[in-house]
Ligand binder design. Structure first.
Ligand SMILES: [Zn+2]
Length: 299
């Protein structure tokens, strides 16, 4: 009995030391994907990211006759993940719950109500912040989202938050851009630029041979003066939900766009990490907004 118990202890010690030797050290390279991290690694990831997290937002909508429905989600995740690998940040999982009412007549469009779009964004950034993302950069990948996202950022001043929301817009073009083959003014949705970018992010999903099956021309069916806005403007121009000429896309332009967009996000992550003022001013603002009559005013 004694013998066997001391033997067991010796075996246990041996096993423990063997286990100790095999215990994996913290990974040298933490994944930037929120969903790939273990809970313990998530904690390290938030520290390493200095509380800076990305929320890339795409959409489910038709993209001309030649690009996939999830095009914007695929592209925005490609550039966000690449940027976060260069300047560490935690990237939230697939999110595509944006504004796309204007494509409801096309197959595959997922258009959530406006109330849900705002509520889901709020609950998502709240949950991100509760998990340590005190600086949330929403990286937009869809041309129909800017009004929603800017309004969402503005509405963060409605009630106090212990975190800051930033919005990074689409930034695919810049100085040194290769010449375009199509008219820049008409090159929008699924056109030359966007198709070129997709040829880098997911070349396997680009059907360049189908790009001429439909017209991406501007029909200009509603004529209004500059500064006068109406919701049907897009459908009036592009009823095929296609704007431009995807057929003339090239990998050369795509490589430039991907690099430009990734650099813009890297720059945004660095700027946000360095930004100490936004949260301080937000807190000051929320405090003052509780008693506006005490705010000093010029007589
Ligand atoms: Zn798009």
């Amino acid at each position: 009995m004694r013998r066997s118990s001391s033997l067991s202890i010796a075996l246990l010690l041996l096993a423990a030391s063997a286990a100790g030797a095999q215990t994996p050290a913290a990974p040298a390279r933490l994944s930037v994907h929120w969903e790939e991290l273990t809970a313990a690694d998530f904690r390290d990831a938030i520290t390493r990211a200095q509380g800076t997290c990305l929320l890339p937002i795409g959409i489910m909508e038709k993209h001309g006759p030649h690009l996939p429905i999830g095009n914007d989600l695929l592209n925005v995740r490609y550039v966000s993940l690449n940027a976060a690998q260069q300047e560490y940040a935690v990237v939230f999982p697939e999110y595509y719950f944006g504004q796309i009412f204007e494509a409801k007549h096309e197959p595959g469009t997922v258009a959530y109500s406006r109330t849900l779009q705002l509520q889901l964004l709020q609950e998502t950034t709240d949950e991100m912040a509760r998990n340590g993302c005190k600086k949330v950069i929403i990286v937009n990948g869809h041309g129909g989202n800017p009004n929603l996202l800017n309004f969402f950022a503005q509405s963060q001043l409605e009630t106090p938050h212990d975190y800051v929301v930033y919005v990074q817009g689409l930034s695919r073009s810049g100085p040194g851009e290769p010449p375009h083959k199509s008219n820049r003014a008409g090159d929008q949705h699924a056109g030359e630029s966007e198709t070129s970018m997709s040829m880098i992010a997911r070349p396997d999903l680009v059907h360049l041979d189908r790009a001429k099956q439909e017209s991406g021309a501007d029909l200009a069916r509603v004529k209004l003066p500059n500064g006068l806005y109406t919701g049907i403007w897009w459908y009036a121009k592009f009823p095929n939900h296609y704007a431009g000429e995807g057929a003339v896309a090239s990998r050369e332009l795509g490589e430039f766009e991907a690099k430009t967009w990734i650099n813009a996000i890297v720059e945004a992550i660095r700027a946000v990490k360095a930004d100490k003022e936004s949260l301080r001013l937000q807190n000051e603002f929320f405090e003052r907004s509780k008693h506006p009559l005490d705010t000093p005013v010029v007589p």
